[in-house]
Design a binder for this molecule. Structure first.
Ligand SMILES: O=C(O)CCC(=O)C(=O)O
Ligand SMILES: [Fe+2]
Length: 229
């Protein structure tokens, strides 16, 4: 899916940014309560995008009605968390700007139900390199049984848990932002070489620039009136 949306376009809505301690965010689509959404129409530049995502992904029963835009400077992240019960359990995340790694870790309720301890089930079950222009989709068990987060560090390790190594575009063990098929092909050889000398780390994502992500979700229950919750 070709994406025309740019970091500078997102930044032009400067009054929408809310600063948190470890990132900034813009909330579009309305206020999410535990019992539903108090809706606000998405602007056309977002609804055009979410409409295309809905169509291409084919997993949402009705149009995406909520978008969170997160901005991370180098060293910033988002702690491991689960998205709330108000959302339909499919998340699509469009990444722009600098790459980063998202880590999925088993939720304690999964560890308990399988009788696993943290030593028998690896803490980090999977990770995904989030390249600019990529769309990450996760759902069902990945949504319900795992936490997702982005570590607050200046370098993100690329190791065997990365599920999209072919997209990481490693060069000299470093993920770089612009992908070309030739680079990706060359990088897999490099991964093998580096692996033997660096233990678990196959490569690294050096966080040199700002990353912006658009988390697109559906809140199935929409409330027109706060008092009817
Ligand atoms: O920035 C990201 O890729 C993740 C954002 C996220 O997990 C969220 O907004 O719930
Ligand atoms: Fe999340």
């Amino acid at each position: 899916m070709a994406c025309q949306l740019s970091v500078s376009h997102v930044n032009s809505y400067s009054t929408k940014w809310k600063s948190l301690s470890n990132r900034r965010l813009q909330n579009w689509g309305g206020v999410v309560h535990e019992k539903g959404l108090l809706p606000q129409q998405l602007p056309p530049w977002l609804s055009d995008l979410t409409g295309r995502i809905c169509e291409d992904v084919g997993l949402y029963p009705s149009p995406i009605n909520h978008v969170l835009i997160n901005e991370y400077h180098p060293g910033q992240g988002i702690m491991p968390h689960q998205d709330g019960p108000a959302y339909f359990p499919v998340v699509t995340i469009l990444s722009l700007g600098s790459p980063a790694v998202m880590e999925f870790t088993a939720h304690t309720k999964l560890l308990e139900s399988t009788g696993s301890t943290s030593s028998s089930l690896p803490q980090k079950a999977a990770s995904v390199v989030l390249m600019p222009g990529s769309l990450l989709i996760f759902k069902d068990s990945a949504y319900q049984d795992y936490l997702h987060g982005i570590s607050e560090s200046m370098e993100h390790i690329v190791d065997r848990t990365v599920v999209n190594m072919d997209k990481a575009n490693l060069q000299n063990g470093e993920a770089i932002g612009v992908q070309s098929p030739a680079d990706v092909q060359g990088s897999s050889m490099l991964c093998d070489e580096l692996e033997s000398c660096r233990g678990d780390a196959i490569g690294v994502v050096k966080r040199t620039g700002t990353r912006i992500s658009l988390t697109c979700r559906l809140v199935p229950k929409v409330r027109r009136n706060l008092f009817k919750f």
